[in-house]
Design a protein around this ligand. Sequence first.
Ligand SMILES: Cc1cc2nc3c(=O)[nH]c(=O)nc-3n(C[C@H](O)[C@H](O)[C@H](O)COP(=O)(O)OP(=O)(O)OC[C@H]3O[C@@H](n4cnc5c(N)ncnc54)[C@H](O)[C@@H]3O)c2cc1C
Length: 381
Amino acid sequence: MKSRVVIVGGGIMGLTTAYNIALLGERDVTVIEQGYIASGASCRNAGHFRVHFWAPENAHFAVEANKRLLDFASKLKWDPEIHRGGYLWLLYEEEQINVFKRMNNELWAKLGVPGEILTPEKISEDYPYVNIEGVIAGFLGPQDGKMNPDIIVFGYRKKAEELGVRFLTYTKTEGIVLKGGRVRGVQTDKGFIEAEKVLVAAGAWSNELLKAIDIDLPIEPQRKELGVTEPMKYFIKPLTISMKTGAFIGQHLRGEILGSLDYPVVKGLAPLVNTLEWIRAWAKEMSELVPLVMHLMFLRAWSGYYTMTPDHSHILGRDPEWPENLYIATGFSGHGFMMSPLAGELMAKNILYDEVNNVMKPYLPTRFKEGKLINETMVIG
Ligand SMILES: Cc1cc2nc3c(=O)[nH]c(=O)nc-3n(C[C@H](O)[C@H](O)[C@H](O)COP(=O)(O)OP(=O)(O)OC[C@H]3O[C@@H](n4cnc5c(N)ncnc54)[C@H](O)[C@@H]3O)c2cc1C
């Protein structure tokens, strides 16, 4: 088999890139996925999007990515359950208020996405279900919101397929095949596929493929768990995040209350399980933030991998020292779903035209050896 472009990984990154390449007129694209589409992190995430990042590069990237996400969602025939209910950070220390105020004035307002500092009284008035014990202020980011990631994934797949993109599911890429310093194709468990260009968008598994051809990027899978309650009438509007514990709680439009917490990190491609200890800690944290949920039935929990980088920011493009025509898009560090609508567009232009614009430049893989890390620490989901 032959395909001009091969994309390894049928997660949101592979899908948005394939869709954008096809939109630009190149239809000879094949996405190879070892399981079902989005069986990695892309159907295991919390489905939230935000523009409020600490790093200017990421905040700007997210603003642009969100525009594309909302625009794409508006073209779907299915309801992606998007709601811009905001993010509400609960602040417990003066220093936290100072940092949010500074970021708001110096970055977010300038990007056109200012938030608002709320007093504890205002939090209680607007969100009476929140436990404000110890809370000295809140920060509301009204531009942020939530979606149903399964519908968005399905939309990108469907639209890419309509444009002629091929999907090979349950097909594992065993290796990237090189010849004479350039990519020749990929070896899969179902045979060799000749390709001019190969994009590795294999999420937490990307390093397995890259290490075999002597490329070692600083990316590390970390298991992250999520839990949901039985559905109930919609009442938790903004995703509510504790700056004391790092726990967050939100509610999807279909009623389930969803959340997670800071928990001892399990590194590497560890089994995707959930433990009773985690569920116990989760129930405690969720009831602490919104005491009402104490009375709800726990419905289910699942886990997936965050693909972490040292600067908690994604890696896009290629290093000129790599074999020719090899590209990478991964390392989203827990916020890749919201970033992918733009990342896919940038990668499509990078793969087809070698274009690297100013928005993409900070995310090149060369930043690690050049010591040009992005200063991002706000990892939530
Ligand atoms: C619990 C949790 C909550 C999250 N919450 C949010 C959130 O609220 N908002 C947000 O924006 N992001 C969130 N994220 C992060 C987000 O889900 C990811 O950043 C995003 O889905 C990454 O997409 P991807 O395509 O890079 O990777 P993936 O979705 O993991 O896709 C990679 C794909 O490659 C396939 N693959 C790997 N190796 C091979 C191979 N050798 N051959 C063929 N196929 C292969 C895998 O099966 C997988 O499907 C969350 C993640 C988790 C785990």
